[in-house]
Design a protein around this ligand. Structure first.
Ligand SMILES: Cc1cc2nc3c(=O)[nH]c(=O)nc-3n(C[C@H](O)[C@H](O)[C@H](O)COP(=O)(O)O)c2cc1C
Length: 206
């Protein structure tokens, strides 16, 4: 029994501390997205990880100008807004937790603009395929939508969002740990227990 105890202790003390960037793409402080991300962030902190919470709606983020300089330099030309520290935070993170509700079967504009502004930080253009600049990192996606399952997936709501999110992360070299979807959101007030369990399970994989 003692031996078993010491093995468990060793296991938990040898756990690696990760840097986690928790990115909030919803403006609603009392919405499902906020509840899911805050729960995940709390679980990650309880496990000893360093979590930086980034609410995009509290940040000043200009639109991508499409100049394409960043593809060569790895840095955005715009230096006077919050993207400077947000890009650094993502570069320093081992894991990115993104909360993005479904807007028109895609991510909200503020999240799309984050992807646009992260372009050169995330990948380099070559004569053939883009070369990822953030390889080795991993992400967890949280999303919510009004449409109930299975229609949300079959009719392209969550599948549209997931495709857009995966395009950014995959091209950046960031692999997926997993995702949690809260569907039928206008009918539920709180994140269902089974979704919280899934969030906890994914956070344990950090
Ligand atoms: C501009 C806008 C577009 C939306 N588009 C969709 C959609 O295409 N499909 C869907 O199922 N829900 C859609 N919704 C509903 C949201 O995904 C849903 O309300 C979600 O729960 C929002 O999460 P939050 O309250 O945590 O921000 C949309 C909501 C807004 C405001």
């Amino acid at each position: 029994m003692n031996k078993e105890k010491s093995i468990n202790t060793e296991k938990s003390s040898s756990r690696i501390t990760r840097n986690v960037a928790a990115i909030q793409g919803s403006n609603k402080n009392s919405g499902l997205m906020t509840s899911m991300l805050k729960y995940a962030a709390k679980e990650a902190e309880k496990a000893g990880h360093n979590v930086e919470y980034i609410n995009l709606h509290n940040c000043s983020i200009d639109y991508c100008k499409g100049c394409r300089n960043c593809f060569e330099t790895g840095e955005c030309i715009l230096k006077n807004d919050d993207m400077v520290w947000i890009a650094n935070s993502i570069k320093n993170a081992d894991v990115i937790m993104l909360a993005a509700p479904v807007y028109w079967a895609n991510v909200p504009a503020i999240v799309k603009n984050l992807f646009d502004r992260m372009s050169g930080t995330s990948m380099e253009e070559t004569n053939t395929f883009p070369k990822p600049r953030l390889s080795g990192k991993r992400y967890i996606l949280f999303t919510a939508c009004n449409t109930p399952m299975p229609f949300a997936a079959v009719c392209g709501q969550t599948s549209g969002l997931k495709r857009a999110v995966s395009e950014y992360f995959k091209t950046s070299g960031i692999s997926c740990i997993g995702s949690v979807v809260c569907d039928n959101s206008s009918k539920i007030k709180e994140v269902p227990e089974n979704k919280l369990k899934r969030i906890k399970k994914l956070v344990n994989k950090i």
